[in-house]
Ligand binder design. Structure first.
Ligand code: CA2
Length: 138
């Protein structure tokens, strides 16, 4: 089982800025815990602040991996291109968000990813990623 976590813009700042919204753990530390928890899963992690790089990674992995866990961050609400990429690939994509975007500003209520995603998990903090990986195991 091969699963990639793809994180979008500014998620490299996790644990370093705005802990009241996004928590105080870095994604690298959390990712080590995921690798420990899901020992039988080949887990990969990719983060980029660049829209085209995210699209290329979705295309690169979207025909051979078993699952993609995607937090497109702010691009969720703006990127037709990432939405199209998710639609185009064969690998199921679970959209995740750390925060409950529906409790936040109106502009965060729209997602260009959701219509093409196999599922959406949001509002559980970093645990959203755990839940997304688990969804691929059953
Ligand atoms: O809740 C989420 O996971 C979001 O995808 C996070 C995005 C936001 O634009 C989405 O509406 C919801 C923002 C990620 C920014 O991450 C930061 C982390 C630490 C400090 C500053 C930003």
């Amino acid at each position: 089982m091969k699963i990639i976590i793809i994180n979008g813009p500014n998620l490299n700042l996790l644990g370093k800025r705005e802990p009241e919204v996004y928590g105080s753990e870095t994604f690298e530390d959390y990712f080590s815990k995921l690798q420990f928890k899901f020992k039988d899963v080949e887990l990969e992690y990719f983060q980029s602040n660049i829209e085209g790089e995210l699209i290329s990674k979705i295309q690169e992995t979207g025909f051979s991996y078993d699952g993609i866990v995607l937090n497109a961050a702010a691009y969720t609400h703006t990127s037709v291109g990432i939405g199209d990429a998710v639609k185009a690939v064969e690998t199921p994509v679970i959209e995740v968000h750390i925060s409950n975007t529906h409790q936040r500003e109106e502009f965060r209520h729209l997602s260009y990813i959701s219509p093409a995603a196999s599922g959406v998990i949001l509002g559980f903090g970093l645990k959203s990623y755990d839940l997304a990986i688990e969804s691929f195991l059953f």
